[in-house]
Design a protein around this ligand. Structure first.
Ligand code: FEC
Length: 311
């Protein structure tokens, strides 16, 4: 029979219902419960996003299912079985690994639904999966990043091209393109974390393929903590380009995210959009990848290459 490989598909996770927001937020804050003010603010943001609460859950479910189908279609000689492992919600990363073991999986690979490696993001997902796998005696390897995977770039380029068509009032050269990703605490720089570099490489690769010259990088969604986070933040970028550079059209392309969720639907579509309106800036954003077949193929190819390398 065919070899069977378990794939641990890891993603951020989102609450299951409004009354779960506090537990979710406490988990993100490593066991420290948020103040009632912080909780109210996060609840308000979830309530404001279009498409109802917590779209990330259904998007992740669909991505995991689509990835399993794609892997099995592209690799008919192997049986791939996908398992979810979420960072801050159930099924947690540890629960995903335990389920694999219960199902008799003996060979596994893990991948995160985020293309860029950082010790604080992908690295921490991997650490948790590795610890449980070691405890249970499961052999597992990981895709650490796939930020230059050709099909990922194809999918992102198509989205930039499509979004540029929304600016009918000017030539596309006049539209400032801002690639964004989730900010992280500045202290990642002192440990030589590859995250900022990988994000710039993805942005540059898209710009090169599409001959874009009018672009820059910005951070978004910095956490509400006392320490400094990587900047400039998208909101200050929008202010600067509008006030100091008289830019009137901008396109934001959140290359660090692969799904419609709070950080896209609130931080960009509501918060950044409100500021753009105030500034008189025509702001658009590229569509999220979600279950784009090209993204699913990019993930499948990154997994296949990693499996070959380790055999
Ligand atoms: O739609 C949803 O329900 C979830 C949206 C969501 C995504 C996401 C992705 C990333 N985060 C990353 C890092 C941090 C660090 C902290 C942090 C805090 C939050 C809070 C919420 C939240 N994150 Fe998140 N993140 C999402 C949601 N994130 C809510 C807490 C409230 C707030 O600050 O707004 C700070 C934690 C701390 O206190 O120490 C650090 C990174 C990503 C992108 C990569 C990935 O998906 O893993 C990095 C989606």
């Amino acid at each position: 029979s065919k070899p069977r490989i378990g794939v641990l598909v890891m993603s951020y996770g989102t609450p299951a219902s409004l009354d779960q927001i506090e537990a979710y937020y406490t988990h993100i804050r490593r066991g420290n419960a948020p103040t009632s003010e912080m909780l109210l603010d996060l609840t308000r943001r979830y309530e404001a996003i279009v498409g109802g609460f917590f779209p990330l859950r259904e998007n992740t479910n669909k991505q995991v299912q689509a990835l399993e189908e794609t892997l099995n279609r592209l690799n008919p000689e192997t049986e791939f079985v996908c398992y979810q492992g979420l960072k801050h919600a159930h099924p947690m990363i540890e629960e995903g690994v335990e389920q694999m073991v219960k199902d008799g999986i003996t060979q596994a690979i893990g991948v995160v639904l985020a293309p860029h490696y950082s010790t604080m993001s992908v690295g921490s997902y991997i650490k948790r999966a590795e610890a449980t796998a070691a405890e249970k005696g499961l052999s597992i390897q990981f895709v650490e990043s796939y930020h230059l995977q050709p099909k990922l770039l194809d999918a992102l380029c198509i989205r930039v091209e499509n979004a540029l068509k929304l600016f009918t009032e000017v030539d596309r050269e006049q539209v400032r393109i801002i690639f964004t990703a989730h900010s992280l605490p500045e202290r990642i720089l002192s440990i030589g974390d590859p995250y900022p570099q990988q994000l710039l490489e993805t942005s540059q690769a898209i710009a090169d393929r599409l001959n874009l010259t009018n672009w820059q990088f910005g951070w978004q969604s910095a956490g509400r903590t006392a320490e400094p986070w990587l900047g400039p933040d998208i909101l200050s970028v929008l202010r600067t380009i509008s006030v100091d550079e008289q830019v009137k059209q901008a396109l934001v392309c959140p290359v660090g995210f692969v799904s419609d969720h709070l950080e896209v639907l609130y931080d960009l579509d509501i918060e950044a959009q409100a500021l753009a309106k105030e500034l008189g800036l025509h702001l658009e954003r590229t569509a999220a990848l979600n279950t784009d077949p090209l993204y699913m193929e990019a993930l499948s190819e990154a997994i296949a290459v990693n499996l070959e390398r380790k055999q």
